[in-house]
Design a protein around this ligand. Sequence first.
Ligand SMILES: Cc1cc2nc3c(=O)[nH]c(=O)nc-3n(C[C@H](O)[C@H](O)[C@H](O)COP(=O)(O)OP(=O)(O)OC[C@H]3O[C@@H](n4cnc5c(N)ncnc54)[C@H](O)[C@@H]3O)c2cc1C
Length: 418
Amino acid sequence: MSDGTTGKQIDVAVLGAGIVGVSAGIAARQRGLSVVVIDRREPGSETSYGNAGILSSGSILPLNKPSLWSALPGYLANTSAALRWDPLWVMRNLDWVVRFLGNTVPSRTRPRAAALHGLIGASLKLHREWIVKANAAQRIRETGWLKAWRNDATEAAKQEQAFLAEFGIKSELLDRQAISALEPDIVPVYKTGLLHTQTASVDSPGAVTKAYARMFSAAGGEVRQSEIKTIEPQGDGWRIVVGDGAVSARHVVVALGPWSADILRPLGYRVPLAVERGYHLEFTPNPARSLQRPIHDAEGGFLMTPMENGIRVTSGVELTDRDAPSSFAQLDMVVPMARGVVEFGSAVGEPWRGARPTLPDSLPVIGKAPRHQGLWLAFGNQHIGFTTGPATGSAIAAMIAGEAPSFDVAPFAPSRYI
Ligand SMILES: Cc1cc2nc3c(=O)[nH]c(=O)nc-3n(C[C@H](O)[C@H](O)[C@H](O)COP(=O)(O)OP(=O)(O)OC[C@H]3O[C@@H](n4cnc5c(N)ncnc54)[C@H](O)[C@@H]3O)c2cc1C
């Protein structure tokens, strides 16, 4: 089907089998198109594997929101668990940093929140439908997501609640007692909580992505495991050179997550894609001390999620080069804090490192490349790519088929950057 040597052209080649690429594949197959999804690894083995597994209804305010300014002084000393930055990286990427901070102005906040709300709503609908169809419904928990503060943060929590309510997103304000009623096995360290009641989570985002990939294959899609080298325009379509041959396709979808900008550079597109790196470490659970839902420790800047293999502790943001050596300083800080909340055993496996792909306005690019026919971009889903992958991929498939996507994609137009 996808062997370039036969000269046969397929309809769509999707580059990347993370949650975004697999979703684009499913949605393109649903429209009767012939599709190959190409990745050097098995589906769902990179960023879509190591995340915190939250399907978040309420993450409509990205990191670069107005309140970032009040947090910045705390980040300057570069000792915070929530955000670390490499000074040399900042100097080399000053343009990205300035544009990222420029988006914190209040006038840029509401439109971006509205855009993300549309994307998230469409995506959660698809997740809840697909996870059942993919025989993975046992992996989803409809228990919400708890943001918790050690200090009295009632005012901050109320403000967040009011903002979410303007978009129809429900949440419950909790005090220490209510938090204990909700999570009876945790140590009562939190004074204030905000429960995002419409948020779900999964016990293995990698396994969910793999289940979606199996659903894609069962529907007649092809998954090809090969290194993608280059993409070149060829006639009315594209030639994708891979490690073991070549693929000809009418349309190419770039869904390479944090690696997406690399493949586009030879075509003259310089996409300002940075990465917010993050880590996780998993621990054997104590059966007598279970966690019912993911908890975000607001002051500590970390998350704890009950997963298939144990409690996954995920760290905050590290701004540096995608491939720079790992630094476990943030994990080293937050693991003892997590242990003070929920008792767990020893580490399962090694620490994992991933990279959240982020554009300066924290909105993904979803749409057509401005100067090439049949080239589609679907990446930059920052902290919420596992949530937003299905609708990102589906919108691309709809546009390829000449249909209108199910949410407003105008704010995500690639032409805003390239
Ligand atoms: C610590 C952390 C916690 C997070 N928590 C959450 C969360 O709770 N909820 C949420 O919604 N999101 C979360 N995210 C964000 C989310 O994980 C990402 O936004 C999302 O997984 C991105 O998906 P993707 O498909 O774009 O990229 P990926 O999953 O990275 O997929 C890209 C694929 O491209 C392949 N690839 C790259 N280059 C090549 C090449 N040359 N040849 C072949 N294949 C190639 C890779 O192998 C990879 O499989 C978190 C991220 C991190 C780092």
